[in-house]
Design a protein around this ligand. Sequence first.
Ligand SMILES: NC(=O)c1ccc[n+]([C@@H]2O[C@H](COP(=O)([O-])OP(=O)(O)OC[C@H]3O[C@@H](n4cnc5c(N)ncnc54)[C@H](OP(=O)(O)O)[C@@H]3O)[C@@H](O)[C@H]2O)c1
Length: 183
Amino acid sequence: MLLINNSGFGAYGEFPSPGIDHTLKMVDVNVRAPVELTGRLWDELKRRGGMVATVASLAGFQPTPLMTTYAATKSFMLDWSVALDAEAKRHGIRCVAICPGPVSTNFSKAAGFASSTGLGGQTSDECADEAVRGMAAHQPVVVTGWKHKILAVFSARLPKPWAAAIGLRMIQRLRLDRFVKKA
Ligand SMILES: NC(=O)c1ccc[n+]([C@@H]2O[C@H](COP(=O)([O-])OP(=O)(O)OC[C@H]3O[C@@H](n4cnc5c(N)ncnc54)[C@H](OP(=O)(O)O)[C@@H]3O)[C@@H](O)[C@H]2O)c1
C-alpha cells in the first residue's frame, strides 16, 4: 500500500501576509491533512505493509524568514516522517520524506507570484524520478537535486538563529517582491 502526502501550498511575505486565514489554511493542508490521512489509514497500512511518502521541502531544513509558516509546516513534516519511519519499520511500513528545492509547477502561482521567480531548479519529471529512486531504496530523506543536497547538509548544521539571519539576507537579495501578484 502506498500513501503519498503531496498536497500543499506556500506563501511569501512578512507574517501573516497574505492573511491569517490563508496562513491557517496552509497549516491545515500542509500539516493537519497528511497527519489525519496517515492516521486514519494506519491500521490498514500496518495490515498490508507499505510506504508513506510525504512531500516536505528543502525549506524544511532551516527556519526561513518571509516564508515562516510554509517552512515551519515543512520542518514539521520532515521531522514527523523521519520519526515515524523509525517507529513504523517493525510494522513493515516505511516512511520517506521527499524534499525538493524549487521545481517548475503551479507552486509559484499558488504562492502568490504573478510570474516565474527565476529561481530555476528542477523539472517535475527530474524531481519525481529522483523521489521514486529514493523511495525504492527506502531512504528516509530524499533531497532532490545535487545543489539542494549540499544546501540541506549545510543549512541543517547551522545554529537556527544563524540560518534564519543568513536566509533572510539571501531571500532579500533575490528581491522576490518583484514577482508578487499585485492585489
Ligand atoms: N514546486 C516547488 O518548488 C516545491 C518545492 C518544495 C516542495 N514542494 C511541495 O510539493 C508539493 C506539491 O506541490 P507542487 O509543486 O506540485 O505545486 P502545485 O502544482 O501547486 O500542486 C499543489 C497540489 O496541492 C493540492 N492543493 C493545493 N491547495 C489545496 C487545498 N487547499 N486543498 C487540497 N489540495 C490542495 C493541489 O490540488 P489541486 O490540483 O486539486 O488544486 C495540487 O495537487 C507541495 O506539498 C509543495 O509544498 C514544492
